[in-house]
Design a protein around this ligand. Structure first.
Ligand code: PLP
Length: 241
């Protein structure tokens, strides 16, 4: 099978599974965006997917994104989903249309300053380490609530919602509990803000259907779409927890 046929088959399969999960949850499939996580895969794979209608992509390292994005079709939109160091904020503002991995006030301030310099407004998500895993980045739920309004006050940032990575493993019910807690935290943040937060970014290859059942509006799928990640000279694979 050609690369294009293979990617088309996988993309179609994932869209079908998204639709089925929406059906079970009584949700409109149009309410769930699919992000193709292209870390560890070349620009050629991105181009193929873009050619068959996939336009939202995610990268988890600035270095890799910087090397890859210029070689990809302009129709592709990019989100940063990996841990961001403050000294990379400027590059991130330039490369991405959303930063999903904001996990401290200090980082938010750096992104705000970089966006100010670039005369841009930067949509962001706050990353939450719901299960408190020491191997993962992200806010504790309490700290999100405590710092929410301080981040919201930064003029160049727009908080669109929350993001999380569920504990790895086959235990669906463990992931489900994490997704449910993120959905609940979104409601509490909406209460603090007094306005809706439209984005709940949760669910990856192993658990995106469960995430949709619990309210995900954006699922981030890498392996099930592109296959196993390969290491590249440009930085390769994210240090997955
Ligand atoms: C790598 C990654 C994904 C995709 O993971 P797969 O299991 O390959 O689908 C999703 N979200 C984040 C934050 C990631 O780092």
């Amino acid at each position: 099978m050609s690369d294009e046929a293979l990617l088309l088959e996988r993309l179609t399969g994932i869209r079908r599974r998204i639709a089925a999960a929406c059906d079970r949850a009584g949700r409109d499939p149009a309410s769930v965006a699919l992000m193709a996580v292209s870390k560890g895969h070349p620009a050629s794979a991105v181009s193929t997917l873009a050619g068959i209608g996939q336009t939202l992509f995610g990268e988890s390292k600035v270095q890799e994104a910087k090397a890859k994005i210029p070689g990809c079709p302009a129709v592709a939109r990019w989100h940063m989903i990996g841990h961001l160091q403050t000294n990379k904020a400027r590059d991130a503002v330039r490369l991405f249309s959303m930063i999903q991995s904001v996990d401290s006030l200090r980082l938010a301030q750096e992104i705000d300053a970089a966006a100010e310099k670039a005369a841009k407004t930067m949509p962001i998500l706050l990353e939450v380490n719901v299960a408190g895993e020491s191997s993962k980045f992200g806010y504790s739920p309490e700290k999100v609530l405590a710092e929410f309004m301080a981040i919201n006050a930064l003029r160049r940032l727009e908080i669109h919602g929350l993001m999380t990575i569920a504990p790895w493993g086959p235990a669906t019910e463990k992931a489900r509990a994490v997704f449910r807690r993120l959905a609940e935290l979104r409601r509490r943040c909406e209460g603090v803000l007094g306005a809706p937060l439209p984005v709940l970014s949760m669910g990856m290859s192993g658990d995106f259907e469960t995430a949709i059942e619990e309210g995900a509006t954006l699922v981030r799928v890498g392996t099930s779409l592109f296959g196993e990640r390969v290491y590249t000279r440009t930085g390769g694979v994210d240090e997955d927890p």
